[in-house]
Design a protein around this ligand. Sequence first.
Ligand code: NAD
Length: 732
Amino acid sequence: MTDFTMTKDSEGIATVTWDCPGKSMNVMNIEALLHLETLVDDALGDKAVKGIIITSGKKDFAGGMDLNVLAQMKSAAGDNPAKGVFEGIIQMHGVLRKIELAGMDFKTKKGGKPVATVLPGTAMGIGLELPMSTHRIFAADNPKAKIGFPEILVGLFPGAGGTTRLVRKLGAMSASPYLLEGKSLAPSKAKSVGMIDEVSDDPMADARTWVLSAAEADLVKPWDAPGYRMPGGTPYHPAGFLTFVGASAMVNGKTQGAFPAAKALLSAVYEGALVPFDTALRVEARWFTNVIMNPSSAAMIRSLFINKQALEKGAVRPTEFADQSVKKVGVIGAGMMGAGIALVSAQAGIEVVLVDQNQEVADKGKAYSEAYMNKGIKRGKTTPEKKEALLSRITATTDYTALKDADLIIEAVFEDPEIKATVTKAVEAVVPIDCIFASNTSTLPITDLAESSVRAEQFIGIHFFSPVERMMLVEIIKGKETGDRAVAKALDYVRQIRKTPIVVNDARFFYANRCIIPYINEGIRMVSEGVAPALIDNAARMLGFPVGPLQLVDETSIDLGAKIARATKAAMGNAYPDSAVDDVIFWMEGGGRIGRKAKAGFFSYDDTGKRLGYWGGLTDRYPVLETQPDLIDVQHRLMFTQALEAVRALEEDVLMDIREGDVGAILGWGFAPWSGGPLSWLDILGSPYAASRCDELQATYGDRFACPDLLRDMAGKGQSFYGRFSNVENAA
Ligand code: NAD
């Protein structure tokens, strides 16, 4: 069985069908592409064949390149990996260019055979690069299909000619949302922007008609025709000049230069636009090699593609329990979090009972879903029928007896142990005996909350992040008594709502908040030392964090920070390390500067809540030092403070799997995605350097930077996290 097969019919059409055996989605690898080449050679050399149609035997066309293969390309290439990678890519270009020219004599533009692609559904990555090398793309009118290049989202860019072809087809400006942001489109939209050619109910019939009637001129790609001009102009054309200057500024503004793939993509586009098509392909291949050789791309592929998918598919799920899919979930507390949890559950087709203290609040929680769907209808993303169906799945009530047939409860009431205890008892009095009870607490230990439960082995933490419908991570917390069926149930639920889970053991702040708090605190501590606030936030943004620590604390609110600080201090007593931070936040809280919600925090705001700049009063109290620290020093403080917390979480068995530590950090709080996560970042630095840098930071800034024993041991042995912790179940 092979991925591509070919049949020839009496009308002279050779149909090549892509159908990877045993997979639900086609993905490309090098062997398959070389086999495709032999089929194309056969069809081009066969006088009886008039034209070729490439299609799929599945409901979609293809999901892209097998990234596992791509990740291994480098290591398989021996002593000179860059050369091996480059040659591999050039080989792929050769196959697609052969399809594009299809036997045509380049000088006379004669003698070629028409090649069309038929896309029944989704076509992503090389699943779109291949069609773009054919002469005409026909897609089924399938609104669920996605057409696009998502490579940038995992630290790559389209490297099999997709970058060069899309830019030459649409122009650099029009191509940029698809290349730089990885935006994908439904077929009708892809046609209207010019990415594909035809959308119809019967694309195969249309493709056949086209192949049988295509003229020689139809087979000449615009860039192979004499006098071709790039839409929107090349870099030295006045209009093109503006595009390229603007694109460069935009990309650097958005990414702060932290993502190597975005920079390399821009270079490939810019340099490629200055040279003939075949040279542009080589330029693209060189920049693609450059990206593959950068450790960032391997780390991003590993965390954001391979391991993220593995976690979503249940890599850490206890295997002894059959499917625990949720049919009816009870959400207790219809506030900000409860309303969002009800929405995402109902979106997954789960029946929801949304309970609050009075009917008005419960209804308001349900109205959140209505408002969300109304927005979707306005944007053409959903329909009134779907809205009605979704709302009919949510029952808003004050009556606990409505929970009597729920199989999962998610409690999201006030963050108060007593209220939570009362709710737990009230719920357990009505739900079935095998119902799993989850708390969405962000700070209270699950083991303590489970004490009010009569079924502690069925008690677990399911910690969402805000806003629930947008944040992809869900942290599942095992209390001391939590049993494996509860873990399986929580994981099955997270799969149903299509989010990414990590499973951690119970400890103060679990995993994500445990790492975010030191990040925020380090930023605030630097303010107290006289580091310029703008330097602190910009240093973080230049590392690829979505917002700097000071802006982040303004968003999440300073009174919440102060509340957490008080509780932590009470719990830790003399060991509490953050008094320098408290000095700043208690003072700000006392003055009512509690963040954006009060339109006063580290920033000043106008009446509409728009940030105006850092608040002057801050530097009056904490004067800015005349000599500011080095940018790298500020960045290392911000990075190490989180990464070392992740290492400690691993040492303490809060994190049970390094993959979860990395994936959770990127999805949970936007930890520098280019690094692949905190543990991957330490691997990129190398453990010997990381350990010695800890020593320097500790000597200058204090014991919070003390090198954890685990890292010290790894440094002595020259180990990496992914080397030390990769075993059969844990392979990255
Ligand atoms: P919220 O104040 O917006 O909502 C809490 C809701 O619980 C209110 O509607 C309240 O009426 C209801 N409630 C209180 N007592 C109740 C009772 N006895 N029975 C039924 N309903 C009751 O709070 P929130 O921000 O949605 O947070 C809820 C929980 O989620 C907290 O435990 C919090 O720590 C956690 N959490 C919050 C965030 C966040 O970003 N806000 C993130 C993760 C987790």
